[in-house]
Design a protein around this ligand. Structure first.
Ligand SMILES: Nc1ncnc2c1ncn2[C@@H]1O[C@H](COP(=O)(O)OP(=O)(O)O)[C@@H](O)[C@H]1O
Ligand SMILES: [Mg+2]
Length: 789
């Protein structure tokens, strides 16, 4: 032997260990039960207490071969050996030094190998202070662990503190802290005490967090954890192992992906801060917990909002008018005002005016199906912006606009933020539908929430409760729609520029269908224009027999129904060439006629009169019925009635009493009977006064026994002194009467100006009777009475 390096190669039996790593300088108990291992121990020469131990890669393997054990291990000396009654053995072994298994010399009946020393790198060229700092930090961390980990007895701390050699300390701590076999093996294999201590610090830090959290969970939900906590610990361990192996767990990959998306989402500073905070939280909590999915949903929303995505469409005023024209028939006044509005908006923004906050919000008011939504879409198209819609109808809670705080179970963002997310752009044209439906059944303060949304001064920092960080809505162009202005909260109405749209006449509907709806539906059904002949007569038939509406929504739907049938015929080979849509085809596709011009039949007996009424859906006709029943001259009212309606019915009755003689009615008829008036539902309560002439006519008819002229519909308020006062909504009312097939209308003389709103072609078809007094009404409505007088 020439030197220390050239020791005789050492050959030792190797005891494979299943789930433990024995470190040098520590004493560990081992249980031995496998036949090969027992054989190994039995073969040891008396007094020979030295052997090698090495951890198996896979603890499931029963007879580990050379390739199945790790080749960095430890020489150990047996301190105690105890044979158990069942044949197994209990040992206590003292780790001596780290070794490398160099070569197998035998594999049977147990592993024997040539081993060589594998000493740890010394830690000498460091400034002593650094070493001291690291050692102390490790001891302190270990101390914290001992304090909270139930499996670490307090005495260990004193032992750790008394250790001079950092290598001994490292192995001592590693031996006691709960670590996976992989981590233990790592500690064993790392070059020197410094690397080992650093690694331990990380591992202990993690263990501390786990224990800390475990304690928190425990105190929060003492009884419910058990299994899930265990699972959680295992998962944490798994994560740590994967981290050590440089692998990413599924959740880590997900978190990494989220992190990347957060970085790319262009979040506002505040949103970014919040996102990072939540991400950190997400990393710490178990994936399976409900909290975790709440956080993920939230982060998903954050990253999918268009923080800095805008289309920045430029408005070309000339092109805007062209687009509005190419999408809509007529509506000239409305289009003009839209273009003006857009032009002013453009001018202000070009000049950098800060008067934006004074700019009113467009509000389209009109019955359903007259093109409010579709005008909004055209505006978006003209401006090169995205279009989104949110309805305020049926909203019961302010939180639906502004969202619920995330602390609520099942919290969600409000409709505004949801729509913005759908828009995928922060400067869309945003249509708020049904602003007239918010006042009625709302909790919280609707108008103030909405006002904030609509006000460019405030909406720069719009705060949704769920989102919890401000989102800038100032570049959004809001448009609102309503069926009626009456129920729009006044504060909101003050901010709006109202554009009134009214119902269409039959002729206008034919035009709209011919020029727009049919083309649209042909395309939607994959049909070519020359495959279908859809004439005006067919359109008219659909309008008259299958729809009764102010707008064209149902008309469009019925046209779609017809074309669906046509498309099926072509696809099924039932027809070739151009298919003509005629009456037969319409019946075939749409079924039986749905509406009849039956108003004449409905009033063919005394006591019934036809009124015209205004509703948010446009206009309607209604039949007021009066009856006399034995009584004491009282007035009884049923149906849709407001206070005003009672007053006007009472006024009508008083008036009729004073005119009993002229009406040819015996006064006793008033005294011995009650007059019963029924006004059907559908009429607006506030429309009470305008039903005055109708109620009066029905009463006069029943009392005199003369039927009302059957081609007449009427509207007008009456006074006790026999005057007829003007009413609102004349255009919609007249259109409704016309839709119902009525060609003669009675309106107050003072409403004559409103006739200008009625399209010329419709005026030509109508007889309009203007009245100033109740006498005028009776003369017109009850011609037989007039003749008899
Ligand atoms: N003046 C018009 N010209 C062309 N199409 C129209 C016109 N008015 C309505 N429409 C069409 O009728 C359908 C219903 O209109 P929509 O915009 O949904 O009505 P609203 O929003 O007022 O209820 C849409 O297909 C729309 O394009
Ligand atoms: Mg609409």
């Amino acid at each position: 032997m020439t030197g220390a390096e050239e020791r005789e190669p050492l050959v030792l039996p190797v005891l494979p260990l299943k789930n433990i790593v024995v470190f040098p300088h520590v004493l560990v108990p081992l249980g031995v039960g496998r036949p090969r291992s027992l054989r190994l121990l039995e073969d040891l020469a008396p007094g020979d207490r030295t052997l090698a131990v090495a951890a198996q890669y896979d603890e499931q393997v029963e007879e580990a071969s050379w390739d199945e054990v790790r080749h960095i291990g430890t020489i150990v000396r047996i301190q105690h050996l105890l044979k158990m009654p069942d044949g197994t053995m209990q040992l206590a072994v003292q780790g001596v030094e780290r070794i490398r298994l160099a070569r197998q010399t035998s594999g049977d009946p147990y592993l024997v190998a040539e081993v060589e020393p594998y000493p740890e790198e010394p830690w000498d060229d460091e400034p002593a202070m650094e070493r001291e700092a690291l050692v102390r930090t490790v001891v302190t961390t270990f101390q914290q662990l001992v304090a909270i980990a139930p499996y670490l007895p307090g005495e260990l701390l004193a032992a750790a503190m008394s250790m001079e050699d950092p290598l001994h300390l490292a192995y001592f701590v590693a031996n006691h802290v709960r670590l996976s076999v992989e981590h233990r093996q790592d500690i064993l294999e790392l070059a020197g005490p410094r690397e080992k201590l650093e690694r331990l610090l990380g591992l202990m830090g993690h263990e501390l967090e786990v224990l800390e959290l475990g304690r928190k969970i425990q105190s929060q939900a003492e009884e419910s954890i058990g299994k899930s906590q265990r699972e959680y610990f295992l998962r944490e361990q798994l994560k740590a192992i994967q981290r050590e192996l440089g692998e990413m767990s599924e959740e880590q990959a997900e978190i990494a992906e989220l992190r990347e998306r957060i970085e790319k989402a262009g979040l506002s500073t505040e949103a970014l801060r919040e996102a990072q905070r939540e991400l950190t939280r997400l990393e710490r909590i178990p994936t399976a917990s409900p909290e975790s999915s709440v956080i993920r949903t939230y982060l998903e929303l954050l990253v999918s909002l268009p923080w800095n995505v805008s289309t920045e469409g430029e408005l070309d005023v000339v092109k805007a008018r062209e687009i509005l024209d190419s999408d809509h028939y007529d509506l000239d006044k409305v289009k003009k005002r839209i273009v003006e509005h857009l032009a002013v908006r453009r001018l202000k923004s070009d000049r950098g005016s800060d008067e934006r906050h004074r700019e009113p919000i467009l509000c389209f008011v009109g019955p359903p199906g007259v093109g409010k939504t579709s005008l909004g879409q055209s505006i978006a198209r003209a401006m090169g912006r995205k279009f989104v819609r949110a309805s305020l109808g049926g909203v019961h809670d302010e939180a639906e606009v502004r969202g619920h705080r995330r602390t609520y179970i099942g919290a969600m963002p409000g409709r505004i933020i949801n729509a913005i997310r759908r828009a995928e752009s922060n400067d869309p044209v945003f249509m708020l539908d049904e602003v007239d439906k918010i006042g009625s059944d709302w909790r919280g303060d609707p108008s103030s929430a909405l006002l904030e949304v609509l006000d460019p001064e405030q909406n720069r920092d719009f705060r949704d409760n769920y989102l919890d960080v401000p989102f800038d809505l100032s570049r959004v162009m809001f448009i609102t729609t309503a069926n009626t202005l009456d129920t729009v909260p006044p504060a909101l109405r003050d901010r709006m520029e109202v554009l009134q749209l009214s119902g269409y006449t039959e002729e206008e509907k034919v035009q709209i269908a011919r020029r727009f709806l049919i083309a649209k539906q042909l395309q939607a059904h994959g049909l070519l224009p020359d495959e279908v002949a859809f004439g005006d007569e067919a359109i008219r038939m659909i309008i008259r027999e299958y729809t009764r509406e102010a707008g064209v929504r149902n008309l469009e739907r019925e046209i779609a129904g017809v074309l669906r049938r046509v498309a099926a015929m072509i696809a099924g080979g039932e027809a070739t060439g151009t298919i003509v849509v005629d009456a037969e085809r319409i019946r075939d596709a749409l079924g039986k006629r749905r509406f009849f011009d039956d108003s004449a039949e409905r009033i063919d007996r005394p006591g019934v009169a036809t009124g015209m009424t205004w509703t948010p859906a446009g206009g309607e006709i209604l039949f007021v019925e009066a009856a006399v029943v034995p009584g004491k001259g009282e007035l009884r009212l049923t149906g849709q009635l407001g206070e005003v309606m009672r007053e006007s019915a009472a006024a009508a009755l008083s008036y009729l009493k004073t005119r009993a003689a002229e009406l040819g009615v015996d006064r006793t008829r008033f005294e011995e009977n009650d007059v019963h008036v029924h006004v059907p539902a559908g009429a607006q309560p506030k429309e009470g006064p305008s039903a005055g002439v109708t109620v009066l006519t029905a009463m006069a008819s029943i009392l005199s026994g003369m039927p009302v002229r059957d081609d007449l519909a009427m509207t007008g308020e009456i006074t006790l002194r026999g005057r007829v006062l003007p009413v609102g909504g004349v255009k919609e009312k007249v259109l409704a009467a016309h839709r119902a097939g009525i060609r003669r209308v009675l309106i107050p003389k003072r409403n004559e100006v409103d006739l200008d709103d009625i399209p010329a072609h419709l005026r030509q078809e109508l007889d309009v009777v203007l009245v100033e007094s109740i006498d005028d009404v009776l003369r017109e409505a009850l011609p037989d009475l007039a003749a008899a007088a």
